[in-house]
Design a protein around this ligand. Structure first.
Ligand code: PBG
Length: 335
């Protein structure tokens, strides 16, 4: 829709008029938040009735499966439509090739089954990437220091099928290998899992803002050299994000994720304006922890800053937001 801006001339037009009262501001707000905007990421651990704080993410805990089921019920009651599950895999189960990713009884598959059993109405998203399962912490299979694309895709495909069979409504490849969306879609089709959505982390940048997450899933600090720069995107690029999205749409992505969110609002906006499909913003761990650190110091007003930062992601064009603030924001939005 192309519109012409008629700003009018002062004093006949005083743009402050409509801002003067609460009711008027509410009436003309161009963007609104609702609990249905959020996807709540949960970190899963082994055990019963246990929670474990994540040191670098104040207020976030890893949850045993029973606790995750309780969180899913809470999310449902708050009107949050979906949760995303991230396993903290036992070191003993990690390997060079990340084979545990394909185990139909791995932690995330068991969590998915338990949650879908107890709260079938909630959407479950499972991340597809090897980093929770590899000893080296890369998202794929490494040979001679190189993350191998096509061999990694083969493992991602079996990981995605395992998650979908366990009941995941959405499988979300976050690995940035080329061609994985098409390969995952084809495998789901041939397995009869035709209703499982593929949510592509299409524009995922090699970002410092994932640091606290890597701590949460125990995939931290091991990466040397180029880190994930040979597969995740260069923060300098924006046209390339559009190529990634275009390719993933061709390959069958149902929605795409832009990640991180707040330093990349321009990318969210470009993707939303260029393509007619849902764009999800991933408000990542570092963005969460940065705000939490400022709240702890008393430097920012939490009540205002959390909602403002989420609203801005939606204004940029996000259809939904993956955020560690999902519960808090949904609580504030209860009517
Ligand atoms: C796994 C994955 C990562 C995140 C989501 N899925 C980490 C990474 O790519 O290194 C980051 C999420 C966050 O920081 O909140 N590939």
């Amino acid at each position: 829709m192309t519109r012409t801006i008629h700003s009018g001339r002062y004093p006949a037009t005083r743009l402050r008029r409509t801002r003067m009262t609460e009711w008027s501001r509410a009436m003309i707000a161009e963007t609104r938040l609702a609990p249905s905007d959020f996807i709540w990421p949960l970190f899963i651990i082994e055990g019963k009735n246990v929670t474990e704080p994540v040191a670098s993410m104040p207020g976030v805990e890893r949850l045993s499966i029973d606790r995750a089921v309780a969180a899913a019920k809470e999310a449902r009651a708050l009107g949050i439509p979906a949760i995303a599950l991230f396993p903290r895999t036992d070191e003993a189960l990690k390997s060079d090739r990340g084979d545990e990713a394909c185990n139909p009884d791995n932690l995330v598959c068991r969590a998915t089954r338990a949650i879908k059993d107890a709260v079938p109405e909630i959407g479950v998203l499972c991340d597809v990437a090897l980093d929770p399962y590899t000893t080296h912490g890369h998202d794929g299979i490494v040979e001679n220091g190189i993350v191998l694309n096509d061999r990694t895709v083969e493992v991602l495909v079996c990981q995605a099928v395992a998650a979908a069979r366990a009941g995941a409504d959405m499988v979300a490849p976050s690995d940035m290998m080329d061609g994985r969306i098409g390969a995952v879609r084809a495998a789901l089709e041939s397995e009869g899992l035709t209703d499982t959505m593929v949510i592509s982390y299409a524009a995922k940048y090699a970002s410092a803002f994932y640091g606290p997450f890597r701590d949460a899933v125990g995939a931290g600090k091991k990466l040397g050299g180029a880190g994930k720069k040979t597969y995740q995107m260069d923060p300098a690029n924006s046209d390339e994000a559009l190529r990634e999205v275009a390719q993933d749409i061709e390959e069958g992505a149902d929605m795409v994720i832009v990640k991180p969110a707040l330093p990349y609002l321009d990318i969210i906006r470009r993707v939303a304006e260029t393509f007619a499909l849902p764009v999800i913003a991933y408000n990542v761990s570092g963005e969460y922890s940065m705000l939490m650190a400022a709240f702890e110091k008393g430097w920012l007003d939490r009540d205002i800053a959390v909602m403002e930062s989420l609203l801005c992601q939606k204004r940029a064009g996000a259809s939904a937001i993956l955020t560690y603030f999902a519960r808090e924001a949904a609580q504030k939005l209860q009517v």
